[in-house]
Design a protein around this ligand. Structure first.
Ligand SMILES: CC(C)(COP(=O)(O)OP(=O)(O)OC[C@H]1O[C@@H](n2cnc3c(N)ncnc32)[C@H](O)[C@@H]1OP(=O)(O)O)[C@@H](O)C(=O)NCCC(=O)NCCS
Length: 176
C-alpha cells in the first residue's frame, strides 16, 4: 500500500489525499485553524515543527512505513481536515488513529463523520479488523464523538507528557 493511497468519502465536494512528510508545509494553515485542539493537547499553539512531528512520531517498534496521513480537501484544494494513523498497531490487523481534526470553522457539518465512515469502509476492504485510539480525558467532545461511532473504552493510560501538558488518555477500540 503506497502513501498516495486514497479512499472515497460519502460527501460531495471533498476528497482525500494521502500525504507524506514533504507535504508538512501544506498543513501549517490547517494546524493553525485547529489551534484550540493543539493548545488543549500541548499547552502551546502550533508551529511548523508541530506538523513535522505528526509525520515523525511513531508508536513503539513502528516506522515511517506504517504511518498513514490523510488530508481532507475541498474541491479547490484547501485542507479542512486530517486523519493520521499507524498500520498494524498495537497488533496486526488493527490500525491506530493518532489524530483526527477538522478546521474549527468547518466543524459541526458532518465532515469528521463522513471522513471516518469512508475510512472504516476502506479499512474493511483492506481486511483490517479493528481500530483503536487514545483520547485525552479532558477532551469531552472527542470522548462523545468516538462513543457515538461505536468505540468502547478499553483502559485509561498515563499520565503522558505532551508538550507542556500532562494527560490521562482513554483508550478506545472498535471492531470493523
Ligand atoms: C471531534 C471533531 C473531529 C469532530 O469533527 P466535526 O466535523 O465537527 O464532527 P461532525 O460534524 O462530523 O459531527 C460528528 C458528531 O458530533 C456532533 N458534534 C459535532 N460538533 C459538536 C459540538 N460542538 N458539540 C456537540 N456535538 C457535536 C455531531 O452532532 C455529530 O453527531 P452524530 O454523529 O451523532 O450526528 C472536531 O470537533 C475536532 O476537530 N476537534 C478538535 C480535534 C479533536 O478533538 N480530535 C479528536 C482527537 S482524538
Amino acid at each position: 500500500m503506497d502513501k498516495a493511497t486514497t479512499f472515497p468519502i460519502p460527501l460531495s465536494g471533498y476528497e482525500i489525499e494521502g500525504l507524506t512528510g514533504i507535504d508538512a508545509p501544506r498543513l501549517v494553515a490547517l494546524y493553525r485553524a485547529c489551534s484550540d485542539y493543539i493548545v488543549l493537547e500541548r499547552g502551546q499553539p502550533p508551529d511548523a515543527a508541530s506538523v513535522d512531528e505528526e509525520f515523525e512520531n511513531f508508536p513503539p517498534n513502528r516506522t515511517e512505513a506504517d504511518k498513514f496521513v490523510f488530508g481532507l480537501k475541498t474541491a479547490d484544494g484547501e485542507f479542512v481536515g486530517l486523519l493520521a494513523c499507524d498500520r498494524d498497531y498495537p497488533r496486526a490487523g488493527c490500525w491506530w488513529i493518532s489524530l483526527l481534526m477538522i478546521d474549527k470553522a468547518c466543524r459541526g457539518r458532518g465532515l469528521a463523520r463522513a471522513l471516518c465512515d469512508g475510512f472504516f469502509i476502506w479499512l474493511k476492504s483492506q481486511h483490517v479488523q479493528r481500530v483503536e485510539l487514545g483520547v485525552l480525558v479532558e477532551n469531552k467532545q472527542a470522548l462523545r464523538f468516538w462513543q457515538v461511532r461505536g468505540f468502547e473504552p478499553i483502559r485509561i493510560a498515563g499520565p503522558v507528557s505532551i508538550g507542556a501538558k500532562q494527560h490521562m488518555i482513554q483508550v478506545f477500540g472498535r471492531s470493523l
